[in-house]
Ligand binder design. Structure first.
Ligand code: DLL
Length: 433
């Protein structure tokens, strides 16, 4: 079903027109209410009057995660805090998280975009829908939750953890749809099998999966093990959260909610715009956001804009699957982790050498993170209890900074292999390419 025919199936000319008008208004707004953008535009000798059509967007400055960090916490907000009704956050590269503020209107647009997405998968008010994204500062839980309520489905805020209890709910409540990371879906299939439950007897039929990269192979495996249709949903906190782009029944690329988020693909090296079909970095401008509008935000996600019309009838452009990142961000169990966050924790503790390694793997369909770190000679001890206490202290600090648990392994100085004097920081053994 198409939730908002008017906005999802507009002619391309009408869409460009709408985007142009919204961009003009947005640029005026940020120029007058966000000192960061006024300064940037002044440096480029730009005034809001220079932006007349959507094609003029290329004149505007880019925004990066670093800019958000530099303006932490509220510097990018374009409205007074009295108009902000919700805050979410995602991991920063080091230290400060990225803070995102939403006005009431922003939240309404978000739930509408999520409802568009769920409707595109065939979900309706007759569905019993469980949300197994984390609830909290992460946008997955609440984002999917309000979208599903707006659609009218019966929503089960299952969140993550306690999978056996979740399986019982799936069976007893006749849950028909589920939103989670794709790796959690595979783990769920495993728990269902272990519990001796026949998946054929469950009513599950639709899965809404995102927050981490996945492949067509994973789709096939999830679909055959859970007996469902598995669809991709894409999004990021800085822009909104889940629902920025979503697949339709064709399962061939994700349609962007283009009336709200204007996409560009740039070369991460030259920063020039690339034509449809070419892989590059995805950039978004939030055309309607009030709380924290962003101009040309560099997502660092690599993908391409797909050409041609989609048989589903939607005219909004599609992006391919995310094919990687142009930075070193890892996504572990749906949580964004930067190696530099681990580094800053380690450098803060005098017991450690600045040599560490992150080993990421996928065991029984769940991501694992091991952190190897060299202990300075003077802190090495034969007393096991001392070493265990040090290991626990590091593990606790990592958990509080990363929010994802890490298995810490303390090693002696000079044991982590170096090349050119540097240790290889990340070994990712997962096969998701
Ligand atoms: O992951 C929002 C979200 C929640 C999307 C639930 C979908 C479902 P962040 O924590 O800010 O927000 O992480 C955003 O996750 O830049 C991508 O690198 C990655 N990502 C999100 N969805 C997908 C997807 C949420 N479908 C970052 N495929 C993004 C591949 C994805 N990568």
């Amino acid at each position: 079903m198409i939730w908002n025919h008017n906005k999802e199936c507009m002619s391309r000319d009408q869409m460009h027109d709408l985007q142009g008008k919204r961009l003009q208004k947005l640029v005026k707004k940020v120029y007058h209410s966000t000192p960061f953008y006024r300064r940037k535009m002044q440096e480029m000798d730009l005034t809001p009057g220079d932006i007349r059509t959507i094609e003029d967007i290329v004149k505007l400055p880019f925004t990066t995660k670093q800019d958000l960090r530099d303006n932490y916490p509220y510097g990018m907000f374009a409205v007074p805090n009295s108009e902000i009704v919700r805050i979410h956050a995602s991991s920063g590269t080091t230290g400060n998280p990225t803070i995102v503020g939403y006005t009431r209107n922003d939240l309404e647009i978000w739930q509408e975009c999520m409802a568009r997405c769920l409707a595109a998968y065939g979900l309706t008010s007759n569905d019993v829908f469980s949300i197994s994204y984390g609830y909290g500062l992460f946008t997955g839980g609440l984002g999917a939750h309000y979208g599903a309520e707006f659609l009218g489905a019966t929503v089960i805020p299952a969140s993550t953890g306690n999978t056996e209890k979740h399986v019982k709910l799936i069976r007893d409540l006749g849950i028909t749809g589920i939103a989670s990371t794709p790796s959690y879906a595979l783990y769920l299939a495993e728990v269902i099998e272990k519990m001796g439950i026949d998946v054929g007897e469950l009513k599950l039929r639709t899965g809404v999966f995102g927050a981490e990269p996945w492949t067509e192979n994973m789709r096939r495996e999830i679909e055959s093990r859970l007996h469902i249709n598995a669809y991709n949903v894409y999004g990021l906190s800085e822009i909104m959260g889940p629902g920025v782009a979503y697949e339709c029944k064709c399962k061939n690329g994700s349609h962007i909610a283009e009336d709200h988020f204007y996409p560009e693909i740039i070369s991460p090296e030259t920063l020039e715009n690339l034509p449809a079909g070419q892989k590059g970095e995805l950039v978004f401008t939030t055309l309607t956001k009030e709380g924290m509008p962003l101009l040309r935000y560099r997502t660092k996600d690599l993908c391409s804009i797909m050409e041609g019309e989609c048989p589903c009838g939607r005219t909004n452009v599609r992006i391919s699957r995310i094919m990687g990142r142009s930075d070193d961000m890892l996504i572990i169990r749906g949580i964004n982790v930067f190696p530099s966050q681990v580094e800053s924790v380690i450098l803060d503790m005098p017991e450690f050498e600045p040599h560490y390694q992150l080993i990421v793997d996928r065991v029984n369909n769940l991501d694992t993170l091991q952190v190897l770190v060299e202990v300075r000679k003077e802190y090495l001890s034969d007393e096991i209890s001392r070493m265990l206490a040090l290991k626990k202290r590091l593990a606790d600090k990592l958990k509080s900074v990363l929010t994802v648990g890490a298995d810490v392994k303390l090693v002696e100085p000079n044991t982590i292999a170096r090349s050119d004097g540097k240790s290889k920081r990340v070994i990712d053994k997962r096969k998701i390419d």
